[in-house]
Design a protein around this ligand. Sequence first.
Ligand SMILES: [Zn+2]
Ligand SMILES: [Zn+2]
Length: 360
Amino acid sequence: MSNINTYLQYGISTDIAKDLISKNLSISSIRSTSLKNMINTYHFDEVTAKFVKNAVLRKEIDENIIYQLLKNSLFKCCCCEGTKSPSYVIHHIIEHHINQDNSYDNLAVLCPACHDIAHSNGLSRKLTPEQIKRKKGEWEKEVEKNRVSRASLNLEIHDIDFINAKRIDILGFDLFNQINDINKRNELIDNNIIDKNGNYIHINKKITNNHIISGNTINHYKIIFKHIISYFLSSIENIDNLVNKEVYNKIGSMCYYVGGLYGKALEDKCTLLHFSRKKYTFNWIVDNNYIISNTSAIRMKQRSIYIVYGIIRSVEYNKEKKQNIVDLRPYFIGMPTKTINRTPKIRYTHDFIEDDHEDL
Ligand SMILES: [Zn+2]
Ligand SMILES: [Zn+2]
């Protein structure tokens, strides 16, 4: 039995593969069937028959590589982003006959239309190997970014490190006590965010790393915060998209950031999380009383990958540092289930005071 992926491993497109499967032609039967038979008995046109006969003689591409390529491109052509056709083929950027390079870097997902362009020679040729390489990189980055953003808006976190319960309670009270939409109200009641009389439920328990916090309390705030995010959904900002003058218009906005951060212990039981990029420095001052566990407390002083949700409190230009300093009030911090692979890598600042802020 053959599935589509088996054909993809030989550089056969999904649309032709479906045709082959419907005609019961496995890779080995294509090999043993004559070209004439492919045309006369199986009704392929000459070009396709020749192409397929040739393809099955190649060394197959590793299944895991195919899986990675398809996952990272969202099963879409990297050149037209799937707009020309939902079918796709695994294309060799440096053509297969030249060096038989089946590595990830030499392969790209294309649709049959873009594939034809890539293989056509002469003046009409519009897709060079360099262009395909660049488009592949850009599309994969876009797909990754969307994946991270979706996960962030769903609060997909595998370890929660910090919950500022007090701030969440204040925000929750403001947001949910005013909701009159009966469907929304019932949902909030079902999730124990408001009681049957419509009053916001405070737990009134300070989350602190010196006490044992019940999983129920954490879960309670996780649910509330999920509702808070869905309330802000149309206006929530990804800090990655905010590294420009726009930050000044975003004071008061709920934001999230996914990526590496530096931590530094401050006096009066606070931790500073920060990172710099271009002319911007982002600061979150974390009240240690709301750090969930001792392991979080230790991790926060080091460089880690975090997801941080917070509201922009102020933006100021610092003349000495030649930096725009963005102060954010953190609400919720955890380890994200999906992160972004940044290439070129962001250079992290080691010391907040003397850093050179040359980033990205
Ligand atoms: Zn295409
Ligand atoms: Zn190709």
